[in-house]
Design a protein around this ligand. Structure first.
Ligand code: IPE
Ligand code: IPE
Ligand code: MG
Length: 234
């Protein structure tokens, strides 16, 4: 069975899920946060070691102040309610994205979850928040440019590994499987560098309706894919 070490998910469709039930968009986001717990537990049980979830993009600030405000409070809800269970299961909370650009309350809550779980050795539950892949690459470029300026690195010494080691994901392996819910077939500025050879699956269910059974099906399909990485599998 081909192992999916790093699973990344674009949790899309909360708004449409709520609309289909005659509920406000915020109810969709709440149901989406509850589902983070269910899917993290299921992914862990299915052998995933790194689960990266797209919670808020650098482009999501374009939404109404009300919706953005609600989304910024969700980590507080998530960790308040589910952190004891995450700790019990040994989950380690990790963060990617421009954390400094978040409101103070949100930043504190997520940094605390990461700090409290830093000695755990189970599933790495990676929250992408205020995350944009182009922004992440830009921030890495700034760091590398500084190192060149200081004379610590020659431009011709810049390797792919060096670029990887300046990204927010530096401690994680490349993505094996990317799943997007809700039928949209696009990447929306997610992990562009890290998905170079990832397998992709687009499922029609919205994120709040994405169940452990659907996840298991996705991982089963993944296990039958023929990954070649540019080589040949004779
Ligand atoms: C995903 O659901 C959650 C975030 C992007 C924060 P959406 O809010 O994008 O829901 P749709 O795509 O409008 O249905
Ligand atoms: C991607 O979903 C971002 C998150 C799931 C956090 P969007 O709903 O923001 O993406 P687009 O706008 O449909 O591409
Ligand atoms: Mg969407």
């Amino acid at each position: 069975m081909k192992e999916c070490k790093h699973l990344a998910i674009i949790m899309d469709g909360n708004g449409r899920w709520a609309k289909s039930k005659g509920l406000p968009r915020t109810a969709g986001h709440k149901a989406g946060a509850d589902n983070v717990r269910n899917i993290a537990i299921a992914a862990n049980e299915l052998g995933v070691k790194y689960l990266t979830l797209y919670a808020f993009s650098t482009e999501n600030w374009k939404r109404s102040a009300d919706e953005v405000g609600y989304l910024m409070k969700l980590p507080g809800y998530l960790f308040n309610v589910f952190m004891p269970e995450f700790m019990e299961r040994g989950f380690r909370i990790r963060l990617i994205g421009d954390i400094d650009g978040l409101p103070e309350g949100t930043r504190k809550v997520i940094l605390k979850a990461a700090e409290d779980s830093k000695n755990n050795t189970g599933l790495n539950l990676i929250i992408a928040i205020n995350y944009g892949s182009r922004d992440e690459i830009r921030r890495a470029m700034v760091q590398i440019a500084e190192e060149v300026k200081e004379g610590n690195v020659n431009p011709e010494e810049i390797t792919e590994e060096m670029i990887s080691s300046h990204l927010d994901t530096k401690e994680f392996p490349d993505v094996d499987l990317l799943i997007r819910t809700s039928g949209e077939q696009r990447i929306s500025n997610y992990l562009l560098w890290q998905i170079a050879y990832a397998e992709m699956e687009f499922v029609k269910e919205s994120w709040p309706a994405f169940t452990p059974e659907i996840l298991a099906k996705c991982l089963d399909e993944y296990s039958h894919r023929d990954r070649r990485f540019g080589g040949r599998n004779e």
